[in-house]
Design a protein around this ligand. Structure first.
Ligand SMILES: Cc1cc2nc3c(=O)[nH]c(=O)nc-3n(C[C@H](O)[C@H](O)[C@H](O)COP(=O)(O)OP(=O)(O)OC[C@H]3O[C@@H](n4cnc5c(N)ncnc54)[C@H](O)[C@@H]3O)c2cc1C
Length: 294
């Protein structure tokens, strides 16, 4: 791994890279600065039979306390943003949510305002088909570039080939998402910024944004809201070790300071079991456990 210099570290605590601040060490953690470096990392993992997992900005992901006997890849070095001739925006996967939404507003390009408060990276937005209300990535993404984890081959998927699902994207297992093109419409920068401010204010009123969390823990079941069900089951404020079901929004688990992944998973299990027992509804996790993705 000498080829990456400071951009690789060993025994790296994943708690430093997840918004819930939980998770043990990964054997190796690499932040390639270019596609060529990324391809070399993938080739090395293959050669040494080292499993590879891709982490975005860690806002919807937890890592087991025991850590990962794997290389965790973070694409924060690949974050180019550019406007194309047709008025779309091409963003590399490592670009942060705030850099993308700021860029769009400055360029007078509307379409991604809904994502202003969805923290993460473009890679995480795509993998999760992130969204709010009736808007999600599916509505704005018309091209994706991805790298095959085995061969390093880069492929482009056009709109009709992209299989977004509710909070998921179907691609071959362990594919590395490299970039996306967002379809945008021209608008006044100040109007875009005003809409973004409104959405952020609404969020601050309904989510525990001043606490460490990983966003929504469960997907909403058809016709209902996971938060409503967990609250109705009487679980708001319940604790396991250092983790707590948020008193502000019951579909959020917050870290009170010393939480472990086991504490968080205990609450996930409790919420799932109680909602099933009381309402006969099976909640499906939205949060991902790194290393357990299919
Ligand atoms: C306060 C708060 C509010 C939130 N509100 C919302 C909301 O309104 N709507 C919503 O949808 N989500 C919300 N979330 C969850 C989170 O913001 C989104 O899921 C976001 O898309 C995660 O992006 P990330 O880069 O942090 O992804 P990560 O959590 O790092 O990764 C998520 C998944 O994507 C995969 N992945 C990431 N990058 C790549 C890549 N380049 N290639 C392949 N796979 C990749 C990871 O392996 C993992 O399976 C919220 C989270 C918080 C903390």
């Amino acid at each position: 791994m000498a080829l990456l210099g400071e951009r690789v570290s060993f025994d790296e605590p994943m708690s430093k890279h997840t918004s819930l601040r939980v998770g043990g060490p990964a054997d190796a953690f690499a932040r390639p600065a270019s596609r060529a470096e990324l391809a070399r990392v993938i080739a090395l993992c293959r050669e040494h039979e080292l499993p590879l997992h891709v982490l975005g900005a860690g806002f919807n992901t937890i890592v087991p306390d025991a850590g990962l006997r794997a290389l965790v890849l973070r694409l924060s070095g690949l974050r180019t943003l550019e406007r194309d001739d047709a008025g779309g925006v091409r963003a590399e996967s490592g670009a942060s949510h705030s850099s993308v939404t700021r860029f769009c507003a400055a360029q007078g390009l509307s379409g991604l305002e809904f994502a202003v408060g969805i923290p993460g990276s473009v890679g995480g937005w795509l993998a999760m088909n992130a969204g709010i209300g009736s808007r999600e990535m599916k509505d704005v993404v018309d091209r994706i570039e991805l790298m095959d984890p085995v061969t390093g081959h880069v492929q482009e998927l056009e709109a009709e080939q992209i299989r977004f699902r509710y909070r998921a994207l179907e691609v071959p297992a362990h594919s590395v998402l490299l970039a996306a093109r967002f379809r945008m419409q021209p608008a006044e920068p100040n109007e875009i910024r005003a809409r973004m401010r409104q959405l952020l204010t609404k969020r601050r009123e309904s989510q525990p944004l001043n606490r460490l969390s990983c966003g929504s823990v469960f997907k909403n079941p058809p016709g209902d809201a996971a938060g409503r069900l967990i609250e109705s089951a009487g679980l708001k404020g319940q604790r396991a070790g250092g983790a707590e079901i948020s008193t502000v929004h019951a579909n959020f688990i917050v870290n009170r300071g010393e939480a472990t992944t086991v504490d968080v998973l205990q609450l996930v299990d409790r919420a799932r079991t109680e909602v099933l027992r009381q309402f006969g509804i099976e909640l499906e996790p939205e949060v991902r456990v790194l290393g357990e993705e299919s």
